[in-house]
Write a protein that binds this ligand. Structure first.
Ligand code: FES
Length: 189
């Protein structure tokens, strides 16, 4: 008389062996994925606890007195370059005359600068396309087709107020939070 078939007590058929192998591969893959995920999450969690040096750079104070009209400097803030340019009156005027409605990322010059300090253009020097550092301020010379900033990585042209005019970048150069402490001192961040 036939007894109940117990799969654990007999050798596996070829088909069953295939199923068990697939189960093993699946379990092994899942386990490996779990370890990988845990390993990936740890640095992420760790990143959420800013170190002392990062906290120290949460804001930077910059002395503007040495920057003459027509000159610019680059400072490091939270690991990013920040362009600070002391614009000439003619540059400010040119930037204010732009037809804002025709811009890809419509923003007036006055939206990008502060009342009483229009001559100071402060912006994050990171191309909004894929993150290269545009040229135009490090050497103080206007670059690109719009007398402003040019990112050579894929050819993004920004005007002298850092507004995107041509090329693949979707938005203007970002303006960081900043506050003037006096006419010649600014705190970024
Ligand atoms: S990163 Fe600047 S144009 Fe692509």
């Amino acid at each position: 008389m036939a007894t109940a078939d117990n799969a654990m007590d007999r050798p596996a058929t070829h088909a069953e062996d295939g199923v068990r192998r697939r189960d093993f591969i699946y379990i092994a893959t899942a386990a490996f994925g779990g370890i990988g995920a845990a390993a990936a999450i740890w640095p992420f969690l760790d990143q959420m606890n800013p170190s002392a040096d990062v906290l120290a750079l949460a804001s930077v104070e910059v002395d503007l007195a040495p920057i003459a009209e027509g000159q610019g400097i680059k400072v490091n803030w939270r690991g990013k370059p920040v362009f600070i340019r002391h614009m000439r009156a003619a540059e400010v005027q040119e930037a204010q005359q732009a037809d804002v409605s025709s811009l890809r990322d419509p923003q007036s010059f006055d939206d990008r600068t502060q009342e009483g300090h229009r001559q100071w253009l402060i912006q994050i020097g990171v191309c909004t396309h894929l993150g290269c550092i545009p040229m135009g301020i490090a050497d103080g010379e206007p670059r690109g087709d719009y007398n402003g900033y040019f990112c050579p990585c894929h050819g993004s042209h920004y005007d002298n107020a850092g507004r995107i005019r041509k090329g693949p970048a979707p938005t203007n150069l970002e303006i960081p939070a900043y506050e003037f402490l006096s006419d010649t001192s600014v705190r970024i961040g």
